[in-house]
Design a protein around this ligand. Sequence first.
Ligand code: PMP
Length: 464
Amino acid sequence: MTHSEALPQIAALDALDRAHLIHPVAPWRMHEARGPNILTGAQGIWLTDGRGHQLLDAFAGLWCVNVGYGQESVVQAAAEQMRKLPYATGYFHFSSEPAIRLADKLVQITPASLQHVYLTLGGSESIDAAVRFIVQYYNAIGKPGKKHFIALERGYHGSSSTGAGLTALPVFHRGFDLPLPTQHYIPSPNPYRAANPGDDQAIIDASVAALKAKVAELGADSVAAFFCEPIQGSGGVIVPPQGWLKAMREAARALDILFVVDEVITGFGRTGPMFACDAEGVDPDLMTVAKGLTSGYVPMGATLMSDKVYAAIADGAPKGAPIGHGATYSAHPVSAAVALEVLRLYEEGVLVNGQSVAPVFAQGLDDLMAHPLVGDSRHRGLLGALELVSNKASKAGFDAALDLPGRMAATSYRNGIVFRAFGDNILGFAPALTFTESDFGLMFERLKRTLDDVLAAPEVRAAL
Ligand code: PMP
């Protein structure tokens, strides 16, 4: 079928979408009026929409399709597993080969502290499981008072009923009665907006001091854990100084609270090494992963934990009593088979490719600092952002009425490129780890054109 033949069908889908499909993190009424961008295909770094428009995907779907689209061996792995054993429960004592092999593989490739794996269907469920396991842990070791959780301002830890309260972004709280009284935040380590930009040690020291102060305020016997992303993704790709993660890990240890690293975005080569923890030799008590685990081809995530946490929970329950946490699709064999193949692709060259093109990505972003709209360029590995400002000296943003993010999103779509335009004038980028130098050439050409087009509007120029 040609794309012009497909058009009437797209119009019908458009109407059905508006009528019935609730979209995640969307303004529902605005969506009804605006309608969906229906995607119909993808290959390599390219997305195709229902009008046959080709879009260069500079965001790997939703920072997940790290191996790019159209990896035939991944499709094969899923098909073979579906033929052989499409479903096996992990409940009670049932198991399946892909789930077992995946748990073993994850233990091998994650920090040495992590020895046990609970397989989920995504990041939110992994965070939710981590919280529940931590509550079990403290009850099991006879410290039931330790029930308060600390996370970072602007952090994102999913949108489960508890996880959305660890997330510290207002839209995930508004109308949902969050955060819970047990959820607390400390400032995020934001080099661009720090009191003394460039003084990395001061940024690290401030975070450590804030964590200590928050624990002191809540009482050391009340705090269970500190959750953080190594680089804050949905909060605007906030890249802390090197050494920050390690310092926070040591602070958590000294404060006798569990240290939970959320590598849902940063895992699987996104920042260079397999995990962001690896860059600083960090050994968390728990770790959450998802996204790149299956490169988004099917849903899967995982919650990993140390032997100390595992053993306390295992031995804390009455003898023979199940630990009451699980879902029908926990340890799904098809997802696990896909994850194993995706992990093989990372190890067979995708990770190395990502590392080798990262300087091209970094240079492309840094070069755009010369653009009148760009105040900051920040990146690690293939995770990066540009922050748009109306005044480079004062770092002032833009009047919300100007809707710069909306303009960037609409203009970029017209120019055939997709990235994330965050509400506070931050543009996020997470290209697939399979990008070549020439892919980046095209990406930055389209990105520059988009910035130029947005700047061409008289009302935007007037705001500078
Ligand atoms: N943690 C982090 C750091 C994330 O970026 C996300 C998703 N963007 C989540 C958790 C939640 O993952 P999911 O959307 O798969 O539920």
